[in-house]
Design a protein around this ligand. Structure first.
Ligand code: GDP
Length: 515
């Protein structure tokens, strides 16, 4: 979108994500707001999950993301694709701040979104909102009334107490921070994209195929536009709104379900729409998720390599960790979770643990004991870089416990898995194409080497590049369904998932074998 086309500012509904510790009342709050403000209608019996909903409060819209949970939010933020403007942090007044409350505070501190604290369950006999505020302040949140600007609203989601007050506060914060304003633009369809949306969730619907629930971030998305997302492109066949109604278009902050993408996408992936097929295709080469996945693989390999390096020790198959953390609370939580990690064949050992930044003696100790340093919410001083490199010590930094666990688990699990490699069974060239009455495409092929076997995996190669992978679900010789075909034979192949095969494509039949 080019800036030159900017015209004026229009209202943008703030996008709100509700976060907080489990059981503190996120779902209850989202349900309460939804039921009080959205007339739930079902159209034609379909109830698609849209991933968010929009309400109107005092004549202005607010969008709520319907999936409470930090994972989705963090995933999106990692990909630089956050749609959230305001986090509502729910804290139960009878329970106070807990691990996930702290995680949200960390997420907030690292991002540039606004925060509102909703102290919930004030109807409970043991509720103590003042204590909650004190605890939040001691975690470094600057609350309103305590010298800061983060509003605190006391509510009962269950009883519906002060929900209007919370909605008022959301609108006030949006107004004061000017997140409810966005520039309009007149897109130039020959060079620019028409809209940008962020995927909250994507799945295959039995009737509709791959669908994606999104929040529109900019521009206008319309049925019939061409969309690029996650390295693929497709035509938008339908847009479904929160009332399960098909609509012709959607604008900024609207939650919407997109039908017509060719594959299921990851959370946080961006969908951009274009006026024509060619532009969409040109812009569909890069997937944000592929980049993230590559980075992740690199990290896992790095950790795995380190393990080989550590493993020439007397204590066999022990993976050693030096744990550095910011607070005793998070350290205890990490240790408790690490103890629960159960990976056959590998023993985890916490070689040492301490609070505060990583220091030279940690690095030296890691080198002599062959340990991985985990730095949780603590600094790794720049001055240590040379020693870290010289001593070949690996340090992984984390801000969120679940990320630490997920990464470590994957790396360790990867170590215990025998590697698999592809064994080619046969190849065939596509010479002609037929469409069956059930719309599936049959590729008429000549077997060039080895065997073609029904049920095996196939990679489709075009101009030396792999462009698709599927499984042989039907193999035909003349009119008969057969199990396998040998060199020189002609046969018809149907793949699942189907694909736009062309004559000249090469089919490579393979199986995976443990090396
Ligand atoms: P979530 O895990 O954060 O989504 O929490 P839920 O919304 O599922 O709520 C957990 C439990 O707390 C449920 O039994 C709710 O009925 C209850 N709850 C939620 N909000 C309130 C409230 O304001 N007051 C009381 N007394 N209970 C609540």
């Amino acid at each position: 979108m080019s800036k030159d086309n900017t015209t004026e500012k229009i209202y943008k509904a703030p996008v709100v994500t509700v976060m907080g510790h489990v059981d503190h009342g996120k779902t209850t709050l989202l349900d309460k707001i939804r039921h009080a403000n959205v007339a739930d209608k079902e159209f034609g019996g379909i109830t698609q999950k849209i991933g968010g909903y929009q309400i109107s409060h005092k004549g202005k819209k607010i969008t709520f993301i319907d999936t409470p949970g930090h994972e989705a939010f963090s995933e999106m933020r990692q990909r630089g694709a956050s749609v959230t403007d305001i986090i509502v942090l729910v804290v139960a007044a009878d329970d106070g701040i807990q691990n996930q409350t702290r995680e949200v505070i960390n997420i907030y501190k690292k991002s540039n979104v606004q925060m509102i604290v909703a102290v919930n369950k004030i109807d409970m006999p043991g509720s103590n909102p003042e204590k909650v505020k004190r605890e939040l302040a001691s975690e470094g949140l600057s609350l309103e009334g305590w010298g800061g600007d983060i509003p605190v609203v006391e509510i009962s989601a269950k009883m519906g107490t002060n929900i209007d007050g919370l909605l008022d506060t959301i609108q006030l914060v949006a107004e004061l921070s000017e997140i409810d304003q966005i520039e309009t633009y007149k897109p130039d369809p020959s060079i620019d994209y028409l809209s940008e949306s962020v995927i909250i969730e994507s799945y295959v619907d039995k009737a509709l195929g791959p669908v994606a629930t999104c929040i529109v971030k900019a521009g206008k998305i319309s049925r019939g536009d061409f969309a690029a997302a996650g390295g693929t492109y497709g035509k938008i066949r339908a847009l479904i709104d929160q009332n399960n109604k098909t609509v012709s278009d959607a604008i900024v902050s609207d939650p919407i379900l997109i039908v017509g993408l060719t594959t299921v996408q990851n959370t946080g992936e961006i969908v951009r729409t274009y006026a024509n097929d060619k532009l969409a295709r040109q812009n569909s080469t890069k997937s944000i998720n592929e980049q993230i996945e590559e980075e992740r693989q690199e990290i896992i390999e790095e950790i795995s390599d380190q393990f080989d390096f550590f493993n020439d020790d007397q204590e066999e198959n022990t993976f050693r960790i030096i744990l550095k953390s910011d607070t005793k609370g998070s350290m205890d939580a990490i240790i408790a979770s690490l103890e629960k990690l159960d990976i056959t064949g590998i023993k985890l050992k916490i070689q040492s643990k301490s609070l505060g930044p990583v220091n030279l003696s940690d690095v030296e100790y890691a080198s002599s004991t062959k340990s991985l340093i985990i730095a949780f919410n603590v600094e790794v001083p720049k001055g240590l870089e040379t020693s870290i490199k010289a001593k070949k010590v690996l340090i992984r930094e984390y801000k969120l416990i679940y990320q630490l666990l997920e990464e470590l688990e994957m790396a360790l699990y990867g170590l215990t898995m025998p590697e698999e490699e592809e064994v080619i069974i046969g190849t065939a060239n596509v010479k002609s194409l037929f469409i069956l009455s059930n719309k599936s495409m049959v590729a008429g092929c000549e077997v060039k080497s080895g065997k073609i076997i029904k049920g095996y995996k196939v990679a489709v190669e075009r101009k030396g590049e792999r462009i698709h992978e599927g499984k042989i679900v039907s193999l035909r010789h003349l009119k008969d369904e057969v199990k396998e075909m040998s060199v020189g034979a002609e046969c018809g192949i149907v793949l699942d998932p189907g694909f736009d095969i062309q004559t000249g494509d090469k089919m490579i039949v393979f199986k995976m074998e443990k090396s």
